[in-house]
Design a binder for this molecule. Structure first.
Ligand SMILES: *[C@@H]1O[C@H](CO)[C@@H](O)[C@H](O)[C@H]1NC(C)=O
Ligand SMILES: *[C@@H]1O[C@H](CO)[C@@H](O)[C@H](O)[C@H]1NC(C)=O
Ligand SMILES: *[C@@H]1O[C@H](CO)[C@@H](O)[C@H](O)[C@H]1NC(C)=O
Ligand SMILES: *[C@@H]1O[C@H](CO)[C@@H](O)[C@H](O)[C@H]1NC(C)=O
Length: 447
């Protein structure tokens, strides 16, 4: 697969298709295994215990190493690999003020229900957004049932602030808003650009070419809305937005330097990270391991190290009155319809689904609870320095919101695939206009 990929290097979206295929295959093959890994008490708990022992004996040094090690790129490989031994970086995030983040105390905007509303929604038309991605433009790619565009999120006991594009631009005046993360976060960034762009004259806006950092500029507000590709948050060999590595993912557990050099200039930061940790073990290469010896760790353990490195950066660099930081929780997938269908129905996934799930307690197996608990613990260390945008439960209901077969696929589909649409359906990303617009309304509400 790597060969095919290198030949067609310029085909950025091919990678997305590949990510998708590999993810679909891996998630089916690996779920059983990683669930065992995650719930397998023994190994995990001992390493956590060791880690907290380490933490209490090593003096906190809350700055990152000043000498940068060899930069990881997609050609980086491990000379050899050993099992993770519980090492932690020599820093410690000291808990900040314990204010609950992102809530005004009165109403939980993340708990509610979807209401069909074809008067106010969609907030923009798919064909009117010049920055729309072919991966997300479901109507353009043949989806004829457009109900997925017409749902409003109604919290229990209060209402979301009504989306107002001019008010949003006023909040952004003179500022840089940056989304940092993976392809789900990129979808939210495209949604935000589509929501915002219509009121800016064509000659007063621009989009920089797709790169590690992609920038949408609006002259009259002197503002930018940017996307930084950093699927693992920390520095890794998957940081090239075009040619990221999937087969041997190597991360620096102790450095976010390469990304932070770009994100430190933003005024409002919106982070996410999740699905890239759900594809089996990852390898750690510590900055001081010049001899290329990696350690292998399960995805959850790797994500925990990455979240801690990220939290350390936030704790040491963010001045609360100068920057706003948001963290978007995991985006659910709808890969197995047996999770919401009556027993006995035909096997499938999000393909052909066209209404939200009604069961208010619905929670799919793709949204890993131990991961959520870990994220909650790390975020709580940061107190009010970071606000949570908790999209998981509300997006769980939206089995109808994924592109399934209605997107551009970058490789020719075989006739066998075409006969069985569920086999190549994308049940991970989200159609636009659609669910990510509501994530952005939540952001607007909290900002
Ligand atoms: C902390 O970092 C400084 C230089 O960055 C170093 O001199 C010092 O030894 C470090 N302290 C610990 C406890 O690691
Ligand atoms: C909105 O939906 C209702 C019920 O499905 C339908 O009767 C009506 O024609 C729709 N209105 C518009 C503007 O699409
Ligand atoms: C535009 O915004 C930047 C910060 O993003 C600021 O440094 C600069 O002074 C602003 N320029 C004008 C003309 O307001
Ligand atoms: C997000 O909300 C769910 C309930 O819907 C909750 O279980 C979870 O802990 C929340 N996550 C965070 C990070 O606050």
């Amino acid at each position: 697969m790597l060969h095919r990929w290198q030949k067609k290097r310029t085909h950025f979206p091919l990678i997305i298709a590949l990510v998708l295929c590999i993810f679909l295959v891996c998630s089916i093959l690996l779920t059983e295994r990683s669930i065992q890994q995650i719930y397998g008490e023994d190994h995990r708990h001992t390493s956590l215990k060791q880690a907290s022992l380490l933490k209490s004996t090593v003096l906190a040094n809350s700055t990152f190493p000043s000498t940068s090690p060899v930069v990881l790129d997609r050609f980086t490989t491990c000379r050899s690999t050993v099992k993770y031994n519980g090492r932690k970086p020599g820093w410690m995030v000291t808990p900040k003020s314990l204010d609950p983040h992102g809530s005004d105390g009165s109403c939980d905007v993340f708990s509610g229900k979807w209401i069909f509303d074809n008067i106010s929604y969609p907030l923009y038309n798919e064909q009117d957004c010049p920055y729309m991605s072919d991966q997300l433009a479901c109507h353009k790619h043949g989806r004829s049932d457009l109900r997925y565009q017409h749902w409003r999120w109604q919290p229990h006991g209060c209402s979301l602030k009504k989306w107002n594009v001019i008010e949003m631009w006023e909040k952004l005046r003179g500022k840089r808003l940056m989304f940092v993360g993976d392809s789900l976060n990129r979808g939210q960034w495209i949604s935000m650009v589509c929501l915002l762009q219509s009121v800016i004259p064509e000659d007063k806006r621009s989009m920089s070419p797709n790169a590690h950092l992609t920038i949408f500029r609006a002259e009259e507000y002197n503002a930018t809305v940017e996307f930084l590709w950093a699927p693992l948050l920390v520095d890794s060999n998957s940081d090239d937005p075009v040619n990221h590595r999937l087969n041997e993912r190597i991360m620096r557990p102790d450095s976010v330097l390469r990304h932070a050099a770009l994100w430190e200039h933003a005024d409002i930061l919106v982070f996410n990270s999740y699905l890239w940790w759900r594809q089996g073990p990852v390898k750690l290469l510590w900055a001081d391991q010049a001899n290329g010896v990696c350690e292998e760790i399960d995805g959850l353990g790797g994500m925990e190290l990455a979240m801690e490195a990220w939290a350390n950066w936030v704790a040491s660099n963010v001045k609360p009155l100068k920057k706003r930081v948001f963290f978007v929780t995991m985006s659910p997938t709808h890969l197995w319809n047996r999770e919401w269908e009556e027993p006995g129905s035909e096997e499938g996934n999000c393909y052909d689904e066209n209404i939200p799930i009604r069961d208010s307690l619905y929670w799919g197996s793709g949204s890993d609870l131990p991961t959520m608990q870990m994220v909650e613990r790390v975020l709580s260390l940061l107190g009010s320095m970071v606000s949570v945008v908790n999209i998981t439960q509300l997006s769980e209901y939206r089995k109808d919101g994924h592109p399934s077969v209605y997107r551009k696929f970058w490789e020719k589909l075989s006739s066998e695939q075409l006969r069985n649409p569920a086999s190549y359906s994308d049940c991970i990303h989200w159609c636009l206009p659609g669910v990510p617009d509501v994530w952005n309304e939540l952001l607007f509400h909290l900002l």
